[in-house]
Design a protein around this ligand. Structure first.
Ligand code: FAD
Length: 385
């Protein structure tokens, strides 16, 4: 076992660190306060190759392995989770899923544009009535026998990149089979008539991110918009989310690392009782707890990347990494806030934002409870769903 990064992986990590220091960190607080990341970041992410990682070069991607992808998402998460989410969704959930499941035509239509940042993707699974129980979604796509088109009606909730995206990977019911069996996946351009996007405001964290509700009223798409076989949409969604959980975990490692960096720096500078607070053992305990969480979360996450790159089963390992790293990010950010004392509570310092941004990580792409059910099912062979 070799945990050292290759020269190429270290170069990608450094590129991401420099990119974040130049293009993200200086703006993160302002974007959070304005509730909007500067949209120009998408083109910049595309130009540096971060929206095409692991996508084959023949489709405009920048190649690279899944560890390189983890390194980039960790650095982005260290700078601003709102920006990290843009990549995790457009590349991780949409482009990579098209690369795995798409027809040649779908790959040629979407991948070069998604990889360059000319187009952005979003992932439409959750609905107002179904979150954890995603297989019971109500959005319906009915085939028009005269034309072969599908006509889609329904509502999608909490869609990351929703108001910015050019294409939504949308999950809808195409048959009468109950639960997840009747679900199919579609690639729907967001300028299709009948599709309305409403921004979701007032989020606790990820405030700069464009989250939206999507309403579909008689949205007509050609048969060629279906991604993967009819009735296999839930399998498509779960395969996307299994890999997606690795990039959420990597983003959480980034949050925890940012919390550690901030806590160490502040504890060395801040003096109370005539000494730096770092000299007090109870403050060192807070810092060492964060440091152990960073290492443990990173190792669990890198293992997923290694399994994927070696073609091994990775879904349970991804759930373990996502569960641990998301809970660790919440703990780490909270511990860092404690080190900052009252100054941690105001947004002049970065740790309050880390707490708010970390909080959603235990909720989306499967809550912590759902990850435990997935891990339990893998161990016992008994499904709770
Ligand atoms: C900021 C943000 C961005 C998001 N982005 C996207 C996106 O891009 N695309 C998308 O499709 N979705 C997105 N989501 C939706 C997200 O994935 C869901 O919120 C999540 O899956 C949980 O669903 P829910 O909110 O309906 O909660 P519910 O499913 O209603 O769960 C409520 C509580 O019940 C618990 N629970 C539910 N079922 C069980 C069970 N069987 N056993 C034990 N406990 C259970 C849950 O763990 C949770 O604690 C996003 C959400 C947020 C907040």
């Amino acid at each position: 076992m070799d945990l050292a990064l290759s020269e190429e992986q270290e170069a990608v990590r450094r590129l991401a660190e420099d990119f974040v220091a130049r293009e993200v960190t200086p703006h993160a607080t302002a974007w959070d306060r304005a509730e909007e990341v500067d949209r120009g970041i998408v083109k910049k992410l595309g130009a540096v190759g971060f929206l095409g990682l692991t996508i084959p070069e023949e489709y405009g991607g920048s190649g690279g392995d899944h560890l390189a992808y983890c390194l980039v998402t960790e650095e982005l998460g260290r700078g601003d989770s709102s920006v990290r989410g843009i990549v995790s969704v457009s590349l991780g959930l949409v482009a990579k899923t098209i690369a795995s499941w798409g027809s040649e035509e779908q790959k040629r239509q979407w991948l070069p544009r998604l990889a360059s940042g000319e187009a952005l993707g979003c992932f439409g699974l959750t609905e107002p009535g179904t979150g954890s129980d995603a297989g019971n979604l109500a959005t319906r796509a009915v085939r028009d026998d005269a034309t072969g088109d599908y006509v889609i009606n329904g509502t999608k909730m909490f869609i990351t990149n929703g108001t910015w995206a050019d294409v939504v990977l949308l999950f809808a019911r195409t048959g009468d089979a109950p639960g997840h069996k009747g679900v199919s996946a579609f690639l729907v351009p967001t300028d299709t008539p009948g599709l309305t996007r409403r921004p979701v405001h007032g989020k606790l964290g990820l405030r700069g991110q464009a989250t939206a509700e999507l309403v579909l009223e008689d949205v007509r798409v050609p048969a060629g918009a279906m991604l993967g076989p009819e009735g296999k949409g839930f399998t498509v969604a779960m395969s996307a989310l299994a890999k997606g959980r690795m990039s959420v975990a990597a983003g959480c490692v980034g949050i925890a690392q940012a919390a550690l960096d901030a806590a160490v720096r502040y504890a060395g500078e801040r003096e109370q009782f005539g000494k730096p607070i770092a000299s007090y053992q109870l403050v060192q305990e807070l810092i060492s707890d964060i440091a152990v969480d960073v290492d443990a979360a990173r190792l669990l996450t890198w293992r997923v990347a290694d399994l994927i790159d070696r073609g091994q089963d990775f879904a349970t390992a991804a759930s373990k990494a996502k569960l641990y790293a998301s809970e660790a990010a919440v703990r780490a950010a909270n511990n860092a806030l404690q080190v900052f004392g009252g100054y941690g509570y105001i947004d002049e310092y970065p740790v309050g934002k880390l707490v708010r941004d970390a909080r959603v990580m235990t909720l989306y792409e499967g809550t912590s409870q759902i990850q435990k059910l997935i891990i339990g099912r893998a161990l016992t062979g008994i499904s709770a769903f």
